[in-house]
Ligand binder design. Sequence first.
Ligand code: ZN
Length: 85
Amino acid sequence: MTCSEFLKELTDYLDDTMDAATRAELEDHLNWCHNCYVICNTTKKTVEIYRGSELYELPEDLRNRLRAAIMSKCQQKKAGGPTGA
Ligand SMILES: [Zn+2]
């Protein structure tokens, strides 16, 4: 699984709406990808804040902004040097 695949599934992972196999793949990615691990924790906290208030679903706008911020971070990281993958 690549970082962009991970990020595509991240909100479903946090919503716990995916099957066990996909979930296991995401957790495997978290084991070796510190970048996504940090993103996952940050997003999780954001989601918990939203759930603590009256909203359950993340607004589409916020999802898009989170994703854009994450993707640019990933790309910056890639541009910094070869990842070997
Ligand atoms: Zn990753």
